[in-house]
Design a binder for this molecule. Structure first.
Ligand SMILES: NC(=O)c1ccc[n+]([C@@H]2O[C@H](COP(=O)([O-])OP(=O)(O)OC[C@H]3O[C@@H](n4cnc5c(N)ncnc54)[C@H](O)[C@@H]3O)[C@@H](O)[C@H]2O)c1
Ligand SMILES: [Zn+2]
Length: 377
C-alpha cells in the first residue's frame, strides 16, 4: 500500500558491517515514510516506540500515522526528557513496557528522540528477550549525525556516564531533517559542533563547504540534508573500520572531546554547558594547542574559531557562563578521562584543517601551562 512520500529525495548512506550492515536514510519529511520503510525491511513486525515526552508532543502523531498506514501495530513508551532518563530505573520501565506489550524477539523497538532516547531504547532492545531489533529515528542533529549511527548504546550510573551498555547495531536509521525544525537553536548549534568535527578531522573541503553554507543548514534548506549525509558518511566509515573500538580508528572522533569532557565535568554536566558546546570549545583548544606546538598554522586555528563563533558556538573557556572552572579540576578530569601512558597524555591534535591525528606523547605539564594561559584570557 503506497503511503505518502517525502517531498524531497532520500539520501541513503550505507554502514558496511557484514551481516550487521544497515542504511541511514536522510530526507525532509521522511517520518511519513517510516512505516513503509520498516514494513519493507520487516514484514508483519510489531513495534514499540520509545520516545521522550517533548518529542512525543511535537512529532509522535506523524510517526504513529505512518506506522498505522503501513499496518504496523505499535505501543508507545514516553520517558521524561533529559539525561536523567539514561538510568537503570528508566531502563527497567522501558524493558517492562516491551514485555508487557508481549513483543517478541522478532519485533522491533523504534527509538524516537535525541541521543538520550537512542542510547536508552537501543540498550533496552539489546537486552530485552536477549536482543530485539532497533530502528533509530533521531530527532536531534546530534543524534542524526552521531548517536544514532554506530551501535553504541547504554545508560549512566552514579559512578559515571555511559558505564553500562552494549554494542547493538540498529537495523535502520531514519533521519527526517524536517523534524529538526522544532529544536531550540541552542540544541541545534550544539549538534552542529559535531558536524564541524567531521570536517576538521579529515575533510577540509567539507569544512570549507560548511563555512559557505551553514546558514542553509541552520535555516532548513537542502544544505541541511547535504551536511547530515556527509557527517553520517564520515561516522559510517569510521564505524565500518572499527566497529567495537578495538583498533583505535574510532579515537579520531574524540577531537575536541578530551578538553570538552573536562569542561563538562568541571561544570558538573550542568545546563551551563551542553555537550556540543563543550566540544566546540574543545576543538578550538585542540587547534590552538596544535598551533602552539608548531604542528598547524595559526591561521587554521583562527579559522576554526571564526566559524564556530559565526554560528554562535562558544570557543573560549571564558565563554562559559558562571564561575570559571579551576585548573586543578580540569587537569584531574583530563587525567581521569585519558589513560596516562608513561607520564604522557593522548590527545587528538591537528596538522591543519582536515588533518587530525592521535598524539600519544603529550606531557601533562604542557597541557596545564596551556590551560592556565587560556583560563586567564
Ligand atoms: N551512542 C553514541 O554513539 C552517542 C554519541 C554521542 C552522544 N550520545 C549520547 O547522546 C546524548 C545527547 O543527545 P542529544 O543532544 O540528542 O540530547 P537529548 O536526547 O537529551 O535531546 C536534547 C533535548 O532536545 C529535545 N528534543 C529532541 N528532539 C527534539 C525536536 N525535534 N524538537 C524539539 N526538541 C527536541 C529533547 O527532549 C531534549 O530535551 C547523551 O546522553 C550522549 O551520551 C551517544
Ligand atoms: Zn560528542
Amino acid at each position: 500500500m503506497p503511503g505518502p512520500r517525502p517531498a524531497a529525495g532520500i539520501v541513503r548512506v550505507a554502514v558496511d558491517l557484514g551481516p550487521r550492515s544497515y542504511e541511514v536514510l536522510i530526507g525532509r519529511g521522511l517520518l511519513a515514510a517510516t512505516g513503509q520503510e520498516i514494513a519493507r525491511l520487516m514484514p508483519n513486525v510489531r513495534a514499540a516506540v520509545v520516545t521522550d515526552t517533548t518529542v512525543a508532543a511535537l512529532h509522535l502523531a506523524a510517526l504513529a500515522q505512518s506506522l498505522a498506514a503501513a499496518g504496523i501495530d505499535h505501543v508507545v513508551e514516553a520517558v521524561p526528557p533529559g539525561e536523567g532518563s539514561k538510568s537503570l530505573a528508566t531502563l527497567a520501565t522501558v524493558v517492562d513496557a516491551l514485555l508487557a506489550a508481549r513483543l517478541e524477539r522478532g519485533d522491533v523497538v523504534i527509538a524516537f528522540g535525541g541521543g538520550v532516547v537512542g542510547d536508552l531504547a537501543g540498550f533496552a532492545a539489546a537486552v530485552a528477550r536477549r536482543g530485539m531489533r532497533v530502528v533509530q529515528v533521531p530527532t536531534t542533529l546530534l543524534a542524526a549525525v552521531d548517536a544514532a549511527i554506530g551501535g553504541k548504546t547504554g545508560i549512566n550510573t552514579e559512578r559515571g556516564k555511559n558505564l553500562v551498555g552494549a554494542f547493538h547495531q540498529p537495523s535502520l536509521v531514519i533521519a527526517d531533517s524536517g523534524v529538526l525544525d522544532t529544536l531550540p537553536r541552542r540544541t541545534f548549534a550544539a549538534g552542529y559542533a559535531e558536524v564541524v568535527k567531521y570536517g576538521l578531522i579529515g575533510n577540509a573541503d567539507f569544512f570549507a563547504w560548511l563555512e559557505a553554507n551553514w546558514r542553509g543548514v541552520f535555516g532548513g534548506g537542502s544544505e541541511r540534508e547535504t551536511a547530515i549525509a556527509e557527517a553520517a558518511r564520515a561516522k559510517a566509515r569510521v564505524v565500518s573500520e572499527d566497529e567495537r573500538e578495538e583498533k583505535g580508528t574510532r579515537a579520531l572522533l574524540n577531537l575536541g572531546h578530551t578538553f570538552g569532557h573536562a569542561l563538562e565535568a568541571a561544570t558538573d554536566f550542568s545546563d551551563r554547558l551542553h555537550h556540543g558546546e563543550a566540544v566546540a570549545i574543545g576543538m578550538a583548544l585542540a587547534f590552538a594547542f596544535s598551533a602552539g606546538r608548531g604542528l598547524c598554522a595559526p591561521a587554521d586555528a583562527a579559522r576554526v574559531v571564526a566559524h564556530l563563533t559565526a554560528v554562535g558556538l562558544p570557543t573560549r573557556i571564558a565563554d562559559i557562563p558562571g564561575p570559571p572552572p579551576t585548573l586543578t579540576r580540569l587537569m584531574a578530569a583530563i587525567a581521569q578521562d585519558k589513560k596516562v601512558a608513561r607520564g604522557a597524555l593522548t590527545f587528538i591534535l591537528a596538522r591543519g584543517i582536515g588533518r587530525a591525528f592521535v598524539a600519544r606523547d603529550v606531557p601533562p605539564d604542557e597541557v596545564a601551562a596551556f590551560l592556565e594561559a587560556r583560563l586567564s584570557e
